[in-house]
Design a protein around this ligand. Structure first.
Ligand code: ATP
Ligand code: MG
Length: 361
């Protein structure tokens, strides 16, 4: 793992990367922490180019031998507004203080870049061995309720269980939610959890009332194997296929995400009995919205469309009609509609021949 040619007694890999290494899993982001002020330290590294400094957080990005590395200062934090971003209180604190602000014991391990030694202040190694997800103190979910979704994410990803006390505190919090929280962070965790495409995550999200973070309503989720559906019909925004039918008003949504939800709401009250009406209704609708329709309303027209109808396209264009000396007019679209209906019935039709018939040529 040490592609990074950086050694100092105060430098430690921290959090996810140490956990993943022990689990033998690939890790995509490398977090390194410096006991002390990482920004000051970065300035002293030979041949390192400083790319970005975030003074209030004590973090710095450097480039060393062609590799970009993020260095964080050890820091302590407090939560003046529960559920919102914490405030940094002490940059350059001890490693122990730094790990105590984190979410679960499995994410508190540090490994020296110099010696490879693993520092385990809070029992993270045992919890990895026993496959347990355990918060660090009783107010953890109150400070940051997104940790409830993170717990689900790690639990599903690693097949770990929530420790009994952690589970109890989760239940307590979900019975008494403070809705004044950062929904930007909630959204990020929902995406990471549901994009794992896990039926287990979906079922637990509702069974354990984690969905209550999004709404005060009591909801019964559709009884449907969404994981299998997405395996068959892959989509970009998997998480919205799982959750797009719910009221997601609290979440900050992008244009595309809003379109997926609006498209679904637009088609959900419609019923389809023939290919042409399915085709017309589903054309230009996001695939995620169609899967939502399959899950919540009726899967038959969706499968018909995705497996077959969506592949049917007219080849003929306005140019072809012009070549037949037909002046452009609203008749063109009537002709295309006529041809499309015919082609949906029989994909082997001769479009030019049929167009000529349409115009009685
Ligand atoms: P992943 O493999 O998903 O990246 P990770 O453990 O690296 O998992 P990150 O979200 O990248 O998770 O965060 C890096 C580290 O920061 C975590 O290991 C954890 O120590 C800490 N952390 C992240 N989110 C929180 C949080 N909401 N509360 C407390 N500590 C957190
Ligand atoms: Mg990470």
């Amino acid at each position: 793992m040490n592609r990074i040619e950086l050694k100092d007694k105060n430098l430690f890999y921290i959090g996810g990367i140490v956990r993943d290494k022990i689990l033998g899993r690939e890790c995509f982001d490398i977090d390194i922490t410096y006991i002390g002020n990482a920004i000051e330290f970065a300035k002293t590294i030979d041949n390192a180019e400083i790319i970005k400094i975030n003074e209030p957080f004590g973090t710095v990005r450097i480039k060393l031998n062609g590799l970009e590395i993020d260095l964080a200062s050890t820091r302590d934090e407090k939560y003046p507004r529960p559920g919102h971003l914490p405030e940094v209180t002490d940059i350059g604190c001890s490693l122990k203080k730094d790990v105590q602000r984190r979410d679960f014991t499995i994410n508190t391990l540090a490994q020296s870049l110099e010696t490879g030694e693993i520092i385990d202040y809070l029992g993270g190694l045992d919890d990895i061995k026993n496959k347990k997800i355990r918060i660090l103190h009783d107010k953890s979910f109150i400070d940051d309720p997104t940790r409830i979704i993170r717990a689900l994410k790690f639990s599903v990803r690693f097949r770990f269980e929530l420790d009994k006390h952690t589970r109890k505190l989760q239940e307590e919090y979900l019975n008494n939610i403070n809705y004044d929280m950062s929904y930007k962070r909630v959204k990020k965790e929902l995406i990471e959890t549901f994009n794992l495409n896990s039926q287990t995550a979906y079922e637990r999200f509702f069974k354990e009332n984690i969905y209550k973070l999004l709404t005060v309503e009591n909801i019964k989720a559709p009884d449907y194997n969404i994981q299998t559906l997405i395996e068959k019909y892959p989509v970009k925004d998997i998480w919205l296929v799982y959750l797009g039918w719910m009221d997601l008003n609290k979440l900050p949504l992008t244009k595309r995400e809003t379109k997926i939800i609006n498209d679904y709401n637009y088609i959900k009250n419609e019923k389809f009995d023939e290919d042409y009406s399915i085709y017309k209704a589903f054309l230009n609708i996001e695939k995620e919205s169609l899967l939502l329709y399959a899950i919540n309303i009726d899967e038959k027209p969706v499968f018909r469309y995705l497996d077959y109808l969506s592949k049917i396209k007219l080849n003929i264009t306005g140019k072809d009609l012009q070549k037949m000396n037909i002046p452009p007019s609203s008749k063109y679209s009537q002709c295309f509609e006529y041809l499309l209906k015919a082609k949906l019935n029989n994909p082997d039709i001769d479009e030019i021949k049929l167009a000529k018939e349409f115009f009685k040529l």
